[in-house]
Design a protein around this ligand. Sequence first.
Ligand code: HEC
Ligand code: HEC
Ligand code: HEC
Ligand code: HEC
Ligand code: HEC
Length: 391
Amino acid sequence: MKSKVLAPAAAALLISLSAAAQAHNIPEGAAPLEKSEQCAACHSEIYKEWQESFHAKSSVHEDSAHKAMHQAFSKFLTDQGKKANYHCAACHAPMADNLKALMSGEAAPDSGNWTQTDGVGCTFCHRIEAVDKGKNFDQYTLGKDGAYHTSRPANPKAPHPTAQSPLFADGKVCMGCHSQYINPHEVPVCVMTEEGIGNCVTCHMPPTEGAPAVGSTAKIHASHRVLGGHDLDMLQKAAALDLKIEGGGKERAVVVTVKNITEHTFPSTNPMRMAFVKVRTKDKNGAVIWENFKEDPLKEDKQAVFFKAFKAGDKVGVPSWAAEGLAFDTRLKVGETRSLSYPIYSPEISEIEAELIYLLFPPKAIDTFGIPKDGVNDKRYSVAKKSVKVR
Ligand code: HEC
Ligand code: HEC
Ligand code: HEC
Ligand code: HEC
Ligand code: HEC
């Protein structure tokens, strides 16, 4: 065996980031997966929602940030004389008809192949029969007969087979891709199983107006927009901001609190997501007297940042695949409230303002990895803003 001559760490890197990372289990002779477009004629509303969702844009062919990160990951491997691979496809292009070859690096992504560009398509989710535990991440077993699963019993009104699955009722259907991602050094990149408590479907696919199928008598359907960090309304459901003045004289301070009001860590899962509080004091003319940071909150006021960072050796802020350990994780846990206190010295202060800001990618990561600044990846979300007058 080749791995015998490699140092254990190097062997682990080669094995778990490529060939040994498992593809999904599709039984011999199973009905083929179908292009999501095939469902559009009868499920037009659901199809439109899905098309706009990041599930439809999950592959390197559609998601510019994912593509940039994949290129950086590939370079990391080739710089060490290893073969690049697209093991990311297990979750980002799960329908690929050459998934094993993509994951091992034998095949490169191909934008002309619809089984890759469809991303997390309709038939993949609805054919899920079981979630199988994996070492670095989990996999799915898909049904053989081609029936589309939901939480309801088989539907005689559908022109195609449907079947009931408990995974759709308790939300576990999401967990083959969203449960955990452990890197080759055994560092948890994200672990939803530990960070989240609720039923994913309840919050992320809420009932929405519109028939689920053409000719259906039902008036609502589960939204397939599956909104998350790219959506301001969603972000506003995740965290609440408040501020008040406490104490008096020399002890006077403004206390800013940020409370996690959702059912998983905020910011959630993806380790690049970042949130921070900007605090400003202003004089009676509205001119800024003081602010808790000018350029980089991580350097200037780390307590105000909710972020997870990795380290390798003494280098902090390395990408997840190179991580040898966790540098820090200051994200808000379920139910957690963080209080930040700032003294108010100046008698000129007449107003104090606090703003909770969310970024999909830290500016440094955007520059380092060449993530396109397209107004999506580099959008600055003002999640909440509050102010108090000082007398
Ligand atoms: C020819 C029209 C047609 C096409 C094409 C079609 N469906 Fe359906 N589907 C229906 C109808 C009608 C229903 C039943 C709606 C109802 O009972 O309200 C249905 C129901 C469903 C259900 C829900 C079952 C339940 O009751 O919980 C799922 C899931 C589903 N379809 C998935 C798909 C997928 C995935 C595709 C594409 C591969 C697809 N359908 C293509 C017409 C169609
Ligand atoms: C086959 C894998 C897979 C399954 C199954 C899956 N997801 Fe995802 N999901 C992904 C990937 C990959 C992304 C990231 C896509 C991207 O932005 O490139 C994602 C993104 C998301 C996002 C973030 C959207 C945004 O706008 O940032 C949410 C929320 C989400 N999924 C929820 C769910 C829920 C709820 C379920 C179960 C009903 C589910 N996912 C099932 C792979 C999956
Ligand atoms: C990320 C996984 C995922 C993807 C992708 C997905 N669905 Fe669904 N779908 C679900 C879940 C979860 C439900 C809710 C099922 C339940 O309530 O039992 C659902 C429900 C449905 C229903 C039943 C109507 C309802 O409101 O419950 C239909 C029809 C349906 N999906 C069709 C589609 C079609 C068509 C596509 C592609 C355009 C698609 N789905 C893509 C997970 C997915
Ligand atoms: C109580 C409601 C609730 C439940 C339950 C819930 N979420 Fe979320 N989720 C949210 C809110 C609100 C956000 C937006 C805040 C954020 O992105 O951190 C979010 C964000 C996300 C994101 C987007 C992160 C990003 O980087 O864009 C993903 C992925 C996600 N949730 C997956 C899941 C999964 C998987 C489950 C089930 C284990 C789940 N959520 C359960 C409310 C919920
Ligand atoms: C075990 C499944 C899984 C694997 C393997 C995986 N991802 Fe993801 N990825 C996800 C999920 C789920 C999300 C959405 C979660 C979120 O946004 O918080 C996501 C989100 C992302 C995002 C954010 C996308 C955006 O538009 O904001 C990037 C970038 C990304 N992944 C890069 C990669 C790269 C590069 C690889 C391979 C080196 C990879 N991922 C492997 C599951 C996976």
